[in-house]
Design a protein around this ligand. Structure first.
Ligand SMILES: *[C@@H]1O[C@H](CO)[C@@H](O)[C@H](O)[C@H]1NC(C)=O
Ligand SMILES: *[C@@H]1O[C@H](CO)[C@@H](O)[C@H](O)[C@H]1NC(C)=O
Ligand SMILES: *[C@@H]1O[C@H](CO)[C@@H](O)[C@H](O)[C@H]1NC(C)=O
Ligand SMILES: *[C@@H]1O[C@H](CO)[C@@H](O)[C@H](O)[C@H]1NC(C)=O
Ligand SMILES: *[C@@H]1O[C@H](CO)[C@@H](O)[C@H](O)[C@H]1NC(C)=O
Length: 223
């Protein structure tokens, strides 16, 4: 029995010590529901701690939200991260994803990309336009619409089949999903570093050596 306890003690010691020195000194982010860890890292971590991978740097806003900044599209709030499936869901800090897409969502120079894209056309309609009427009516985008004008976005290939009388076509933009309508968040994926398998096996990724960019998987059972 004593031997078994000793075993347990060392087992847990091993388990807790396994995350290397640097892993322990990495800030977990400012939204406890969305823990930040490798390949993501907080901007506040000193570079020598090597907490994350290039392009995965997160900042804090209002001490409650993790923010990811896209060089050409600005700030988005991180809604959730799936380290297993290597997917991230982001939202607009002002809760109007449609406005951000309309401005042209550009994910160049980031490690992230949409799973798929589709062209959407943005229409400016009167609130009683046939496009809003059932059957098959669509809903106006609340954060952009006013009393006098309602805005709607349709997959471009569907515009021809819709009754767009009382609407004017504004612009065509890239929608980062195959959905028929604009949702509250944008789902993106990343390919490198490939740590999904490691995470689903109960491990975590980290830099292999103090200097190289090589990543390897650590599990509680290593060594
Ligand atoms: C931060 O808080 C201020 C005041 O409460 C608010 O006006 C602002 O929109 C917030 N910013 C974000 C990114 O949530
Ligand atoms: C994103 O913006 C940059 C700078 O304007 C441009 O070079 C790049 O082609 C854009 N990428 C996409 C996918 O539109
Ligand atoms: C979207 O439109 C652009 C420009 O018209 C076109 O090059 C592109 O292939 C379209 N994308 C899709 C997914 O249909
Ligand atoms: C929408 O259309 C109305 C009338 O056609 C116009 O007055 C208004 O400025 C338009 N709004 C936008 C954002 O294009
Ligand atoms: C579109 O809706 C208007 C107003 O309800 C109607 O007069 C018109 O016939 C409709 N057009 C088509 C092509 O269904």
């Amino acid at each position: 029995m004593a031997a078994f306890r000793l075993f347990l003690f060392f087992f847990f010691l091993l388990f807790y010590l396994q995350p290397s020195r640097s892993h322990e000194s990495c800030h977990p982010g400012c939204d406890l529901l969305v823990p930040i860890h490798f390949p993501f890292q907080m901007m506040s971590n000193p570079p020598e701690n090597r907490c994350g991978y290039g392009g995965f740097t997160v900042t804090c806003k209002n001490e409650t939200r993790n923010i990811l900044t896209f060089p050409f599209s600005g700030d988005f709030v991180i809604d959730s991260i799936s380290y297993f499936s290597q997917r991230i869901s982001i939202t607009d800090p002002c809760n109007c994803i449609a406005r951000r897409l309309l401005q042209g969502f550009n994910y160049s120079d980031t490690p992230f990309q949409p799973l798929d894209t589709r062209n959407f056309t943005f229409l400016n309609c009167t609130s009683d336009a046939p496009v809003f009427q059932s059957p098959g009516g669509v809903s106006p985008i609340p954060c952009l619409s006013s009393e006098s004008h309602s805005f709607v976005a349709l997959p471009t290939e569907r515009v021809g089949a819709s009754n767009t009388s009382s609407c004017t076509e504004a612009v065509t933009f890239m929608h980062p999903s195959l959905d028929d309508s604009i949702k509250d968040s944008i789902l993106l994926t990343w390919k490198e570093p490939d740590c999904g398998r490691c995470e689903s096996d109960g491990g975590f990724c980290q830099y292999k050596y103090d200097t190289s960019s090589e990543v390897s998987c650590f599990t509680p059972f290593d060594h």
